[in-house]
Design a protein around this ligand. Sequence first.
Ligand SMILES: Nc1ncnc2c1ncn2[C@@H]1O[C@H](COP(=O)(O)OP(=O)(O)OP(=O)(O)O)[C@@H](O)[C@H]1O
Length: 495
Amino acid sequence: MFLFPVCSPFLTSPSCLSVFPPPEMKGKNPWNTPTTIIITVIGIIAIVALVTVAVLQNRHLPQKYKYGIVLDAGSSHTSVYIYKLCQIYTVGISSYASAPWKAGESLRACMQDVEQQVPKKRHRQTPLYLGATAGMRLLKYNSSMSDGVLQAVEEALQKFPFSYQGARILSGQEEGAFGWVTVNYLDDRLSQVCGLETTGALDLGGASTQISFVSDKYNGSESPSNSVNFRLYGNDYNLYTHSFLCYGKDQALLMTQSVPEMLNDPCFNPGYTAIKNYSKIYDSPCLSGWKPQKIPTHFTHNGTGNFQQCQRIVKSIFNFTHCKYSQCSFNGIFQPSLQGQFGAFSAYYFVMSFLNLTDTTMPLEAVKAKLAHYCSTPWNQIKQQHPEVNEKYLAGYCFSGTYILTLLMEGYNFTSEEYSNIKFIKKIKDSDAGWTLGYMLNLTNMIPAEAPDSPLLPYSGYVSLVTIMAILLFILFILCLCPLWTRCSKQPEIV
Ligand SMILES: Nc1ncnc2c1ncn2[C@@H]1O[C@H](COP(=O)(O)OP(=O)(O)OP(=O)(O)O)[C@@H](O)[C@H]1O
């Protein structure tokens, strides 16, 4: 009769019994029995599998799209964004209204460049969008013209090997809302479980300007046309947004120049002089109805460089006289009380960074004094100091700086204290602030409405825990075999 060793509770199956060596195996190493070897190999495979699953299972899945292309067809130029920035300047597509085929042509060279930048094997999965903004919105006043331009653009883009998703004119509301999404997405403000306070977005283009922010005092009931609702990562946002068509900096400049006596212009540096075409001003739909009966074909535009006078003229293009709501910004448009921080981008940044005025902690009076000094600097001196800057922009900085301050302080009602809540930004984490990223994230469903089920542990914690469990299992396994091995190596007692 044999006295069998007691098996560990972990090994109570018949196979457990079979690992015990018969007495004639006395002196033999029990690890060498085929069953022991098989169990050991299976144990090791199980542990390796457990750790492998831990490593692979919880890893972030690769995104569906590696690249996405959005063409921002603005009033002043077209930019191509390949996820992050790849910007190639052309003229705004709306300027090809009289020869639409040229609009398609204008994109060809830059799109060929894009083709080189996206790896060939990714071409077919790369979505391509074109969004046109205020320049095309203005052209829509004559719908057949804007249709012709869009069609020409579509035909050109369809010839490229990408997954073409369409060309369309964004509404002002979309432009504002997607700009807000971009800023808050890049700032990681949307994916937070408790929902961080969001940042408002201020966008100044050539033909329109947008203001978008979340205000506790606005639920969309007053002026519903300014309300956009989002559900992002499980948080609900009720966004206030408004786009002012014609209040981009190029169209605003035309509006100030429409006044005939503005031939001597305080918004341009003293000594600046240029012969300009009146029809260029009055061709803009923003000035339709303003055209005097008799105007000369040309006028001489002379700068006189006076900030205070410029401010008065700029202010005259805003209408503050009527408001049917509880409160308005300008032109009778509802605006709730400003709230939180604001990111100001596009021309806000171009202009304020040139003027060295991006530091909003600087007292407003000091900002105005610096701008007044810039405006009064003779044009020749300005040109000498900045030979590298495009003259078209250089001549406009006095006007643009004055326009920005007037729009913010008088138009949107930022107080001197609230001015420091504005940050003039070009990029956030290497990506351009603007509507394009928000537009693409929305169209590719890359921002889920609901928060993804968050893992209980971070990835590294999860892997460590499974590894520790695997090691413990292995130790238990050895412990289970140990008594067997010890007893088996003893001489069996014969009763
Ligand atoms: N370096 C610069 N300095 C000054 N102004 C600039 C500079 N670069 C671009 N701009 C001007 O800034 C304005 C805004 O440019 P942006 O590309 O954001 O507008 P857009 O998309 O063409 O306009 P919109 O959105 O109104 O259609 C334009 O008037 C443009 O001419």
